[in-house]
Design a binder for this molecule. Structure first.
Ligand code: SAM
Length: 268
């Protein structure tokens, strides 16, 4: 079986924590940029691959103002349960990105945020996105830059690695694995997708406190499920200390995070 840490598999409780804490702090900021990069417009058909709790699909649906079709697909039932509870008006499907359950050329735009790095078969998944995209349609993918380029999460993961060793390396290895734009571009080309645009931007991850920033990283990712309470206490304390330079207004934390947005055109 594939290692759940590397494919970002979560329980329903962790999916609820992901939506309540991680989405507003981090993922919600990026969704409009991805939707914009893909040129999503009213009347289109749009697919959100590895939708998680659905922030990209929701952002696309809101932009489309009820005109068109939006679907989300994810491997994880917990994520899909939360997505369906929040937006019953959107289609949610359980499937592997490497085997999308849609006919060829079904969507004007295919979007994928913060997930390609977790797929064991990345070229195959991009090939599936190309297959279900309309001829000349758009595939838009967001990934994080390399860990070395991440001042905030670099400090946090250094602290994790000191206490957890390979346990932390498993997840951080996946998270930041597609930061190299040349490598990323080569995956697109291998899947038959022609890259038309690349944008790198720095976002801000916002938490109420250093403890919340580190606890979210532990509890709303697969990392938390793999450590005992005593280890969690030690890791939390080390992570909180590492957040020192990112504390603002006497308590809140703002972490810079760099990501790439890549757009490509599907073959005609
Ligand atoms: C970090 S979350 C991102 C979720 C969402 N796109 C967002 O922006 O909030 C990664 C998601 O990838 C999903 N995932 C991982 N491997 C997958 C696969 N092979 N096929 C479909 N979904 C997958 C996980 O279940 C998880 O929901």
């Amino acid at each position: 079986m594939t290692d759940p840490t590397q494919t970002f598999q979560l329980s329903v409780e962790a999916a609820e924590a992901y939506e309540a804490r991680f989405v507003p702090a981090l993922f919600a900021e990026w969704a409009p940029y991805l939707v914009e990069a893909a040129g999503v417009a009213p009347g289109q058909t749009v697919l959100d691959v590895a939708c998680g709790t659905g922030v990209v699909a929701r952002t696309a649906a809101d932009r489309m103002g009820g005109r068109g079709r939006v679907a989300g697909v994810d491997l994880n039932e917990g994520m899909l349960a939360v997505a369906g509870r929040l937006r019953p008006d959107i289609e949610w499907h359980r499937a592997d990105a490497a085997e999308l359950p849609f006919p060829d050329r079904s969507f004007d735009a295919v979007l994928c945020q913060s997930a390609l790095m977790f797929f064991p078969e990345r070229v195959r998944a991009l090939g599936e996105m190309a297959r279900v995209a309309a001829a000349g349609g758009t595939v838009a993918v967001q990934v994080w830059d390399r860990l070395e380029a991440q001042a905030g999460y670099g400090a946090m993961y250094d602290a994790f690695a000191r206490h957890l060793g390979p346990e932390a390396a498993d997840l951080d290895g996946a998270y930041w694995a597609l930061g190299d734009l040349e490598l990323l571009g080569s995956l697109f080309e291998a899947a038959g997708l022609h890259v038309t645009g690349t944008r790198t931007r720095v976002g801000t991850v916002r938490f109420g406190s250093a403890e919340e920033a580190v606890a979210t990283e532990l509890d709303a990712t697969p990392l938390g499920a793999r450590i005992d309470q005593e280890t969690r206490r030690r890791v939390l304390a080390a992570g909180v200390q590492a957040m020192g330079p990112f504390v603002v207004d006497g308590g809140r934390v703002e972490l810079p995070i760099r990501g790439h947005l890549v757009t490509a055109v599907a073959p005609g």
